[in-house]
Each structure stands twice: as C-alpha cells, then as structure tokens.
Design a protein. Structure first.
Length: 160
C-alpha cells in the first residue's frame, strides 16, 4: 500500500472531520462530536493554532490523521499531547497508523519535548499493542478526568 504522510492543510479539514466522526462511531460515542470543519480551520490555522495535524493520504484521499498540541508538565517541562490518531477502518493494518505515530514522535523530538502522551481506551487492544510495540508505556493505574461544558458551568455556578 502506497501512502503519504504530510502536514494537513485547511482543505483537509472536511476529511479530517469525517475521520473524527468515524472514530466517534468506533468509540461508541457517535453523537459526541461537536467540532465542525469550519472550527477545525479556525482553531488549527489561525494566528495562534491550537493544534497541529498530520494526515495520511492514499491516491489523494485522506485516510488517516494525527492531531497534536503542546502541553506542559510540572515534573518534566514541555510535552506534546497526541489528541487522536485515526486511521479509516478499511485502511488499517497497512502501516499507516504506525507511520502517523512516527511522524508525531519526530515532531515531538524536533520540538525538544520531554514526553509525548495520549490516552487509549482499555478495550482497544489493537492500538495498545501498537503503542507498546513502539516502546510506549500504557499507564493502567491512572484515570482520565474530564470536566465537560455543563460541568464547568455548574462548577462556576457553585462558586458563589
């Protein structure tokens, strides 16, 4: 399978949104996606981009994406967060996910980060095997904590 990994452009964002929606289906949360192609363009390609995106392309069709952004660790310093690594279902097992992860790690290395981190669902054994084979540690004793938009509003309302 011939594919190309490259930096995403604004024109790729509708395809990236399609991959995000496909991931939401895979993760059993099909109604959770709120971003739009327009918001991806505004947030990723403005004066102060909130994220960087790499895409995988086969025959000029985007079939995978990796979305990263900068973070800071009080213990380590500058780190990179991999928000999502997505490969379209019918394009898996061709090395595309591995190549996208390679690009993310090279990007982090070039930035001089101390760590790259991301989450993986405990039932996504295919992804876990890939990450562990690449040398990543899956920290099974940590829990991810989210405070969603309604939670934030309730939190603020209860401050007074």
């Amino acid at each position: 399978m011939n594919f190309t990994i490259r930096d995403a452009t604004k024109n790729d964002m509708p395809s990236v949104l399609g991959l995000i929606k496909e991931l939401a289906e895979f993760e059993k949360e099909p109604d959770a996606v709120e971003v739009t192609a327009k918001s991806l363009i505004e947030d990723g390609f403005g004066n102060s981009p909130a994220f960087k995106c790499f895409v995988a392309e086969v025959n000029n069709v985007v079939v995978g994406a990796a979305i990263v952004y900068d973070r800071f660790s009080t213990w380590k310093g500058k780190i990179l967060h991999l928000e999502d690594l997505i490969v379209s279902q019918d394009m898996r097992n061709y090395g595309i996910g591995s190549s996208l992860l390679n690009e993310v790690v090279k990007h982090g290395h070039n930035l001089g980060v101390k760590r790259i981190n991301w989450e993986v669902l405990d039932w996504n054994e295919g992804a876990i095997k890939l990450y562990e084979a690449k040398g990543a540690k899956v920290l099974r004793d940590w829990n991810v904590v989210h405070l969603d938009e309604n939670g934030i509003k309730n939190y603020i309302a209860n401050l007074s």
